[in-house]
Design a protein around this ligand. Structure first.
Ligand SMILES: CSC[C@H]1O[C@H](OP(=O)(O)O)[C@H](O)[C@@H]1O
Length: 370
């Protein structure tokens, strides 16, 4: 669906949907340089672990398409230097770092026309991500369907706006809905950036999937009130080798709530989100973002803005907490593997050995294609 295409690539042109303006306005931003790609990622015009990697890779491809190199050595040096620069945009999602390593290996291995080899490899990331997400959707809907899950809850935005298309956790929701398995999906607002209230609401409305928005603070009450919410399904930014998972802030407490209420807690992520170099989640860098993302309103209602405008108080309405209020704003948290029921990847579904508190993601998933 075009309304959900976060990334548009027609060599050599890259355009991204500016997600800071959603759902109020759909506007594409053209990216022609690595500086523009870096800004788009760091400012969260584009966001989502797979999308960050793809926009970085294609931003460099757009830049390279506009350059004339003296030779392959110059092209190789430029590409490696720019990949290093792009990796400074956001620290937590591993996909960007994994992609940069793979793309650097491509240019190192290219014996001629290094720039063209890089562009082709960056382009392949688009199709590969959609294929991964469709496989995750199939595996996840099959796994969650077995739980007789007629309602699920999801957090943040893990759909077409966070990837090259279809999505990870929200891709599972899409497939469950299309298979007739799902009566309703609950989704959290996901303060402070409001990925849920702004982006997931936009995606689910676009496909007319029955959905209900809840405050982040209402999830425990919802799970107690509605036993039909059989599972919580979320995305991931970085999964350590033992299954500890970094994801949007608030995920950890959803896992605690799911465990307390005896519901499945399922992580959905492509293999490119798994960091086997990390033994556990203790080593995951958690991005700290600006306090004013919390102290100011990022999503406001027309009624509140109209009332504020009439009273000449727009700034005050948009400024929730008093100016200068200190705020702690980690953008992610780490959910221990012990609280995770299953990890759904494009290769299949990982579950823990009986009695184990951790996964072994270094091997093929237990529930994998025959
Ligand atoms: C499909 S990965 C989506 C993942 O990324 C989000 O973080 P952000 O919006 O800050 O990039 C969130 O952690 C999602 O689970």
């Amino acid at each position: 669906m075009d309304c959900l295409q976060a990334i548009k690539w027609e060599r050599p042109r890259l355009a991204i949907l500016n997600q800071l303006l959603l759902p109020h306005r759909r506007e594409y931003v053209e990216i022609t340089t690595c500086e523009q790609a870096h800004h788009a990622i760091a400012s969260m015009q584009t966001r989502g672990a797979p999308a960050i990697a793809i926009v970085a890779a294609l931003g460099l491809a757009a830049e390279v398409c506009g350059m004339a190199f003296a030779g392959d050595a110059e092209a190789r040096a430029h590409i490696r230097q720019r990949l290093a620069y792009l990796q400074t945009s956001r620290p937590t999602a591993v996909n960007l770092f994994e992609a940069a390593g793979r793309l650097a290996a491509v240019v190192d291995a290219a014996e001629s026309d290094v720039a063209a080899a890089y562009v082709a490899a960056a382009e392949r990331m688009l199709e590969a991500d959609v294929a991964d997400n469709r496989a995750i959707g199939r595996w996840g809907s099959e796994y969650l369907g077995a739980l007789a899950g007629d309602k699920v809850l999801t957090h943040c935005n893990t759909g077409a706006l966070a990837t090259a298309g279809h999505g990870t956790a929200l891709g599972i929701v899409r497939d469950m809905w299309r298979a007739g398995q799902l009566a309703r999906v609950f989704f959290t607002e996901t303060r402070p950036y409001n990925q849920g209230a702004r982006l997931t609401a936009f995606e689910l409305a676009c496909e007319a999937i029955p959905a209900t928005l809840v405050c982040d603070s209402a999830v425990s009450a919802l799970l107690r009130a509605d036993p039909a919410v059989k599972a919580v399904v979320v995305g991931a930014d970085r999964v350590a080798a033992n299954g500890d998972t970094a994801n949007k802030i608030g995920t950890y407490q959803l896992a605690i709530a799911a465990r307390f209420h005896g519901r499945a807690f399922v992580v959905a992520a492509p293999s490119t989100s798994i960091d086997l170099a990390l033994r556990d989640g203790a080593g995951i860098t958690i991005e700290q973002r600006a306090p004013d993302e919390i102290t100011a309103a990022s999503g406001f209602t027309r009624a509140s803005v109209d009332a504020a405008a009439a009273a000449g108080l727009v700034r005050e309405t948009l400024q929730i907490a008093p100016a200068g209020t200190d705020a702690w704003n980690p953008s992610f948290d780490v959910t221990p593997a012990a609280l995770i029921t299953a990890i759904v990847t494009e290769r299949g579904v990982y579950v823990k050995a009986p009695g184990a508190d951790v996964f072994d993601l270094s091997v093929a998933p237990k529930l994998a294609p025959a």
